[in-house]
Design a protein around this ligand. Structure first.
Ligand code: UDP
Length: 377
């Protein structure tokens, strides 16, 4: 590791962005390492050999952003297709639009409200609850959509995903989902959306394709940590608690397990993501990857799906979602105090910051970090 001046730990979306900025803006060499055998972190995708379909190895990742800067940054390395994400949810054997919109309300209650009637209708439902200052996910959801819609579409799904009472979860989780008074069923409203035209792997390959960037896979940071020269700046995008050997205890995460299948039909569910709101269906959603690229032709007559199961994280599992309990927040504060004492080590990304970042927010945070910090090393 002699002479290494910038070490980026993790070749996910945050690490790749930082490495590119070091090379381009600073004009210095960056070494990117990852313990996995591929780049792209959880955005990684691979081609299923039976069907030729691009499968997202860690669940569906759809790029969407309001941020022009993030869009321009990524468009240097890829074009995006015109995919617009639409989610359908299944409850008691019936399918509905998700997020909750006018179609969801009308078909759930068997009515035909007009947009201007929705507010009063929902207010009459949530008035029964007397929630003025929602303190948790359940109260927040009920205040937005009323109890019946909450119980049908949110409660079971959330229990499966987080394995804890929605009353114990942060209200902000549910505000990720919009609520619509119209028939609009796009999941995201961001101006810029889509899937990398020729796949996530090509996108990350191109970000890292710079003469000043070297990438080493199957390389564990903790095995080479002690061999780093003192002047080497470390951009660490792994779990912050792991960096400090869990000295203040583990931060809690949710992990996921995917059960992949090649289905013997050309189209399994007619959409890329089908949520399952019923508590007695063990998975939260089924992904069908071919729908993410309507511009591609799948002539195999078969299609790839994966059932997503949420599970408690333990050391050795992949961390996906920060649970962010009160205890986690206290622990995180202690880890941030330790982090502040580290000279030349920066903690970044979803794992390094213990933050429920979307892809675009991860890129933006990485770009802004580089704006403010790179020249100070
Ligand atoms: N959620 C729900 N029902 C759904 C979809 C989502 O109750 O059909 C809730 C659930 O608590 C979830 C949160 O909304 O954790 C955020 O969902 P999102 O789709 O943003 O999650 P992600 O795509 O990041 O997994």
């Amino acid at each position: 590791m002699e002479g290494c001046r910038h070490l980026v730990v993790g070749a996910g979306i945050t690490g790749c962005t930082i490495a590119r900025q070091i090379a381009e803006e600073l004009g210095e060499k960056a070494l990117v390492i990852d313990r996995r055998d591929h780049i792209g972190g959880n955005c990684h995708s691979h081609i299923n050999e039976d069907t030729g379909v691009e499968v997202h190895s860690y669940g569906t990742h759809i790029f969407h952003t309001k941020e022009r800067r993030v869009w321009d940054f990524l468009n240097q390395f890829t074009e995006f297709n015109s995919y617009r994400h639409k989610v359908v949810t299944t409850y008691e054997g019936r399918t509905f639009h998700m997020p909750v919109n006018l179609q969801t309300i009308n078909s759930f209650f068997g009515i035909s409200l007009k947009p201007h009637e929705v507010e009063d209708f929902i207010a009459s439902k949530s008035a029964e609850e007397d929630i003025t200052d929602p303190q948790n996910l359940e109260e927040k959801a009920i205040s937005i959509i009323g109890r019946e819609l909450y119980e049908a579409f949110v409660k079971g799904y959330t229990l499966k995903q987080w394995e804890c009472d929605p009353k114990e979860l942060d209200a902000s989780i549910i505000t990720r989902l919009p609520f619509r008074h119209t028939f609009e069923c796009d999941y995201f409203t961001d101006r810029y959306q889509g899937l990398p035209w020729d796949g996530y792997t090509k996108l990350f390959e191109r970000i890292l394709d710079h003469e000043l960037i070297e990438t080493r896979l199957n390389t564990d940071f903790f095995e080479l940590k002690d061999t780093l020269p003192q002047e080497c700046a470390i951009y660490y995008t792994g779990p912050i608690d792991k960096y400090f050997d869990y000295c203040h205890g583990e931060l809690t995460w949710r992990s996921l397990r995917f059960e992949y299948r090649v289905e013997d039909v050309p189209d399994y569910q007619g959409t890329s993501v089908m949520n399952y709101a019923d508590i007695d269906v063990p998975y939260t959603r089924i992904h069908e990857y071919q729908h993410l690229h309507p511009e591609r032709e799948n002539t195999s007559g078969r299609t790839v799906t994966s059932r997503e199961f949420s599970m408690k994280w333990k050391q050795g599992d992949e961390p996906y979602y920060p649970v962010n309990t009160d205890e986690d927040r206290k622990r995180l504060e202690r880890y941030f105090e330790e982090a502040a004492k580290q000279e030349n080590v920066h903690f970044l990304g979803r794992l390094g910051q213990y933050k429920y970042y979307d892809m675009d927010k991860a890129v933006l945070a990485a770009l802004e970090f580089c704006d403010s910090k790179l020249n100070n090393n």
